[in-house]
Design a protein around this ligand. Structure first.
Ligand code: ZN
Ligand code: ZN
Length: 389
């Protein structure tokens, strides 16, 4: 039985998967600098007889052909970049690159896709079509490796009709998978505001244009975008995470105040309308107080939508592979993810892989680690899902 074969191969290769993951974990590379990771992936794929191509400088594309290779093409995606975080774990496979760490589990994603590729190649007489492997650079940094790969034509020659991707989930135990049909992750835009007025002595505010007060008004009033202008049924988050000025003191009003924030939502039309309203309101607020503001919005990733039909199909095969009790309904997230770019082009399904570690650490923290038994699950499951036409 095919499922048994996949599970046996995943088990047989599990020590090798752990060694791949530890190697990648020890040698993390920042977004768009994944040169050694790219080389590592390319060499492994070629050693198994899989043809490869380099795209977006540090991305690796692999093609595996089963029976009737022209009958359909499915893409599998893994991101490969690490984060600018200093690891504080004391494990033997701790990061050897100072200040750089796989704290978002992209070492696991890369390893699982390698593991899936090895199984798919070994069993290529047992499934139909072509599998396109996308080892993607730069998920953690704008404009996102996915958007570059798409511009370079990753969704053509051959054109995948669907795409699957997975992400580690520290809230789920090993052996469990989190799935959500429809809207799954939010669009995420960066907000960068400079409020300008006229600085001066704190004792003579009438001779100044108070930038601190303008910034305060702006922060409070812009929240009305969420409470009054956003559709109550459409999740929207506006968060300001930093406010600072170069000058200023207990008795000095600074010339300029800067505010940094993020806007997240799930609808493209509303997203653009929200940009327009934020800029207009901010300008009016500052104008009414005799100042000006420079309100920049840096457009980030779009929202991520899991195609309903593909997600239902994928879920059914996850249940066959892992048991229905291990496939969990997972809530939407306001986090961003550049897999969203693929989901805007073709039917996509992005799911969460349980990796819960006893140390309880979360994503993007300096003590993040995973339960490595998740590698066998993540690799085997991805191979199994890819075989289902
Ligand atoms: Zn991340
Ligand atoms: Zn990530």
């Amino acid at each position: 039985m095919l499922k048994k074969k996949v599970q046996q191969l995943a088990k047989k290769n599990s020590n090798q998967l752990i060694s791949f993951r530890r190697h990648l974990h020890q040698h993390p590379e920042l977004s768009f600098q994944e040169y050694k990771t790219c080389q590592f992936v390319k060499e492994k794929l070629e050693s198994w007889g899989i043809e490869t191509q380099i795209m977006a400088t540090t991305g690796v594309i692999g093609l595996i052909k089963g029976k009737n290779p022209n009958s359909r093409t499915l893409a599998l995606r893994a991101d490969m970049d690490a984060l600018p975080i200093q690891e504080i774990n004391t494990v033997a496979y701790k990061s050897q690159n100072d200040g750089v760490m796989h704290a978002c589990g992209h070492d696991v994603h890369t390893t699982c896709l390698l593991g899936a590729a090895q199984i798919l190649q070994e069993l290529k007489e047992a499934w139909e079509g072509t599998i396109k492997l996308i080892f993607q650079p730069g998920e953690e940094q704008l404009p996102g490796g996915a958007s570059i790969l798409i511009k370079e034509g990753v969704l053509h020659n051959p054109s995948p009709s669907t795409i699957l991707g997975q992400h580690v989930e520290p809230l789920l135990e090993v052996g469990k998978i989190g799935v959500k049909s429809g809207l799954f992750m939010a669009s995420a835009d960066e907000i960068n505001v400079t409020v300008r007025g006229k600085g001066g002595h704190g004792a003579r505010p009438h001779q100044c244009v108070d930038t601190i007060l303008m910034a305060s008004q702006l922060i409070v009033q812009l929240q009305q975008l969420v409470s009054r202008n956003a559709d109550p049924l459409m999740p929207t988050v506006l968060t300001f995470g930093k406010i600072y000025s170069e000058g200023g003191a207990t008795n000095i009003i600074p010339d300029e105040v800067k505010i940094l924030g993020t806007l997240r939502t799930f609808d493209e039309t509303w997203r653009l309308e929200a940009h327009r309203q934020l800029i207009k309101s901010a300008e009016l607020i500052c104008q009414s107080m005799n100042g000006t503001c420079d309100f920049k919005i840096i457009k980030g990733y779009p929202y991520l939508k899991n195609n309903e039909a593909l997600t239902a199909f994928t879920r059914q095969h996850m249940e066959t592979y892992l048991g229905a009790e291990n496939v969990i309904d997972f809530p939407s997230r306001m986090g961003g993810e550049d897999f969203a770019f693929y989901s805007q082009q073709i039917p996509a399904c992005f799911y969460r892989l349980g990796v819960q570690n006893p140390n309880g650490s979360g994503l993007h923290t300096p003590n993040f680690d995973v339960d490595e038994r998740s590698l066998e699950v993540g690799a085997g499951l991805m191979a199994w899902l890819a075989m289902q036409a």
